[in-house]
Design a protein around this ligand. Structure first.
Ligand code: FE2
Ligand code: FE2
Length: 438
């Protein structure tokens, strides 16, 4: 462990306990000596040459030391209780915050949470998180009086205190490090981190160090070993969460771009259905929003709606009038998407998007609530768009026909609750003089 000026509270307590033991031993030895001199006859005669006045001094010192011992023991108990309480409070906080950051998948929110909790847990008054980018460390988040000066700035990843922590993967506590020749301090001039007590923690994953957390404390002389233990635990979890957030970010990126490519392919492959998937996704989103779906569920449903007809990519357009082949498209779509990790959760919505509410649909003949809510919504949105676009997208007669069909078949073909939500939206849009098609 590399550190300067680090004080271990456990070491201080151990020293006091040693002193207490010494005092108690002295008192015990003194009283045994007095007892032997005055109570135990055989030794009393041997020790008789010691004058009474000297024995009185020993007794007075022993009594005096007993009082000091009592005082130290009280002080020590108070200190130990305080340390245990403080430690347990900080541990509770760390456990709570690590749970919270583990569930966070957005990079910027995650960085903010890590920064605030590191500052709180170490009672610091400023801090920064630097992440590796090629051969540099970039200030991704900075809290404190000069935060705007540093945000976004870059330092080489092998220079200064941060560089040292990054390269060695070791925590570091500093006081006045101006005289320490282990560090190339030129890079620290930019951060002003030569002054006051600083604590640096590596953000270490299983395979590498991805960054550094820097904390500054101007209220206290230095950080302690406990700060390294507790904040280090937090930093280890933070590094794993940051790596996970990056992974999720990459996944979102793939998902968005791959969906776009697939959507474009569907539209080109089935030109007679051009724009169908996007319109279905918009209708489905209107229903989901009005039904109170969470943002995450709305987002998953949106992607499922965009790709609900992907199974047609494996059915030639000339064959799509064949009813048996047509009925295969939900299963084919499911089989195409379920092996892809970021589509796996939406594949079942596609599998069941032709199940009827009364159980007469396909491919499984599921009924009512057995059918995923997302599939029931896609079914309404898809049927509405197919009917409304039969004549022309901008023709009000087609819309009226589609509305009457949904109305007529709600409770048998379509989920009645979602149908009502959708029909409400259509009638409100029509009342405002607009056509409810996209
Ligand atoms: Fe469709
Ligand atoms: Fe379909």
């Amino acid at each position: 462990m590399n550190q300067l000026n680090a004080k271990r509270p456990s070491e201080e307590i151990r020293n006091r306990v040693r002193l207490l033991n010494l005092l108690i031993s002295f008192v015990i030895v003194s009283f045994i000596f007095v007892i032997m001199r005055y109570v135990y006859e055989p030794l009393g005669s041997v020790l008789g040459f010691i004058p009474d006045s000297f024995m009185a001094v020993i007794v007075v010192i022993a009594v005096f030391i007993s009082f000091i011992g009592l005082y130290i023991s009280r002080l020590l108990t108070g200190q130990v209780v305080q340390i245990i309480e403080d430690y347990s409070n900080r541990l509770n906080y760390v456990f709570k915050i690590t749970e919270d950051i583990r569930q966070e998948i957005y990079d910027d929110i995650l960085l903010d949470k890590i920064m605030i909790s590191s500052i709180n847990i170490t009672r610091s008054d400023a801090g920064s998180i630097l992440l590796a980018d090629d051969d540099n460390l970039v200030f991704k988040i900075v809290k404190g009086s000069r935060s705007q000066d540093f945000l976004g700035s870059v330092i080489p990843n092998d220079r200064g205190l941060c560089g040292w922590v990054f390269s060695n993967g070791e925590p570091l506590i500093t006081g006045d490090v101006g005289k320490d020749d282990r560090f190339d301090l030129a890079a620290d001039d930019i951060t002003g981190s030569r002054t006051g007590a600083m604590l640096y923690l590596p953000l270490r994953t299983k395979s590498s160090v991805i960054g550094v957390i820097g904390l500054a404390n101007r209220k206290s002389d230095s950080y302690s070993e406990r700060d390294i233990e507790i904040a280090g635990y937090l930093a280890n979890h933070a590094a794993i969460s940051l790596e996970m957030a990056r992974f999720h970010d990459d996944q979102r990126n793939y998902e968005i771009h791959l969906t776009d490519i697939l959507l474009d392919t569907i539209d080109r492959f089935i030109p007679q259905k051009y724009g169908h998937s996007k319109r279905v996704a918009k209708y489905a989103n209107i229903i989901a929003k009005a039904a109170g779906f969470s943002e995450k569920r709305q987002r998953r449903l949106y992607f499922a709606s965009l790709l609900h007809d992907i199974g047609f990519l494996k059915i030639f357009p000339t064959e799509s009038n064949d009813k048996e082949l047509f009925m295969l498209h939900p299963t084919t779509g499911y089989e195409m998407l379920s092996p892809i990790s970021f589509y796996r959760d939406i594949a079942p919505f596609i599998l069941h998007h032709h199940e009827r509410y009364d159980g007469m649909g396909y491919p499984k003949g599921l009924k009512g609530d057995e059918i995923p809510a997302e599939s029931r919504i896609i079914f309404i949105a898809e049927a509405f768009d197919t009917m409304a676009s039969k004549l022309s997208y901008k023709d009000s007669t087609s819309v009226e026909f589609a509305v009457s069909e949904v109305e007529k078949n709600k409770g048998t073909q379509f989920d009645p609750e979602f149908s009502d939500i959708f029909l409400d939206y259509i009638s409100q849009t029509l009342q405002s003089g607009r056509l409810p098609v996209f």
